[in-house]
Write a protein that binds this ligand. Structure first.
Ligand code: SAM
Ligand code: SF4
Length: 336
């Protein structure tokens, strides 16, 4: 195959979007079974040899950074489940040119790791927390672990991670009655509540449009109790619309990919735990970087494969199209 010649230092797709953000999934495994992230019957974990080693991830990350990536989010599955994660973060933060390293975690192991992660170079963390009510939390994650997550949040604060965002996937009839309670919890604890519209990434049988609570409705429900005022996005490519509380105590973010798609400003690509490059969360094709790496492809060859994949980045997701097709893998295996 003839690969295109390129001369850019910033990965750019064919729609002119500059790609600056890389989500790295370090594992497809998880100790939770969140109803919106995995099919009810669970998933089959990849074998160990299918998963990229840390050396392989670091090698690829360095290439991504040389091509213009400046921000990395480490995710999974549950990233803190993978052995050696602190050492990995330390080596990641030593890569010159990376401006920002963040992590998304379910918080279960965070109390054990927060200090070491900060010492290794982690600066920011997002923690999933779908309810402040232990029973609802357990019904969504299938684990009675709200106390542990709260311990994790306290440890994250004590170790200086900032800002700390708490992510709630809102599902009608399941946890939507908790929207205001989460805002209240977040603002009284110095956290940023982030509400995420429920996306069809959990296996074809679960999601339905009726279960999606729109960003607009989330806004109205919070605003009715704690009046809000819009804030500027930090960057045009940010997924969350930000609002501050009019009384001055903190802010929230609302991520509405279903009802207000933000694909036009997308700057993200993803590396799965088994070494596939995905140019969209909803991609139906993956680019096999692990195969290239392990077949001894040169660095130049891998660079070109990345550039070419990005050139073919999808214009946007098709959640709202009648012929929407579920990606083969669910969210826990893609890396959120
Ligand atoms: N295990 C970690 C966690 O739960 O934070 C990291 C991986 S998880 C896949 C990353 C994020 O994806 C979480 O904030 C989770 O709530 C979100 N997520 C998973 N499935 C989703 C869905 N169907 N719709 C919207 N967000 C989803
Ligand atoms: Fe695990 Fe995170 Fe998915 Fe929940 S959202 S099942 S914690 S990967």
């Amino acid at each position: 195959m003839k690969l295109p010649i390129y001369s850019q230092t910033v990965l750019t797709d064919s729609y002119g979007r500059k790609i600056r953000d890389l989500r790295i999934s370090v594992t497809d495994r998880c100790n939770f079974r969140c109803i919106y992230c995995m099919p009810a019957q669970g998933v089959i974990w990849k074998r160990r040899e299918e998963i990229l080693s840390y050396e392989e991830i670091l090698f690829l990350t360095e290439i991504f950074v040389s091509l213009g990536i400046t921000r990395v989010r480490v995710t999974g599955g549950e990233p803190l489940l993978r052995r050696g994660i602190v050492g990995f973060i330390k080596r990641l933060s030593a890569i010159g040119g990376l401006e920002d390293i963040a992590m998304t975690t379910n918080g279960y192991f965070l109390a054990d790791f927060a200090e070491a992660l900060v010492a290794a170079g982690l600066r920011r963390v997002s923690i999933s927390m779908d309810s402040v009510a232990p029973e609802i939390f357990a019904s969504m994650t299938k684990v009675s672990a709200l106390d542990r997550v709260l311990d994790g949040i306290r440890a994250a604060q004590a170790s200086g991670l900032a800002p700390i965002k708490i992510n709630m996937v809102v599902i009608r009839g399941v946890n939507d009655a908790e929207i205001v309670a989460l805002a209240e919890f977040a603002r009284t604890h110095g956290l940023i509540a982030r509400y995420i519209e429920y996306m069809p990434l959990d296996g074809p049988s679960q999601w339905s449009r009726e279960k999606v609570v729109s960003g607009k409705e989330i806004y109205e429900r919070v605003n009715a109790v704690f009046p809000l005022e819009p804030l500027q996005r930090h960057r045009i490519s940010d997924t969350a619309k930000r609002y501050r509380f009019v009384d001055g105590e903190g802010e929230i973010g609302i991520i509405a990919p279903v009802t207000e798609p933000f694909c036009g400003a997308c700057s993200r690509i993803r590396l799965t735990a088994d070494g596939k490059l995905r140019t969209c969360l909803f991609s139906l094709v993956e680019h096999d970087l692990r195969g290239l790496l392990r077949s001894g492809a040169s660095r130049k060859h891998i660079e070109r494969a990345i550039v070419e994949a990005v050139l073919n980045k999808e214009p946007g997701h098709r959640i709202n199209e009648p012929d929407y097709v579920y990606p083969e893998r669910t969210m826990s295996c893609i890396g959120g």
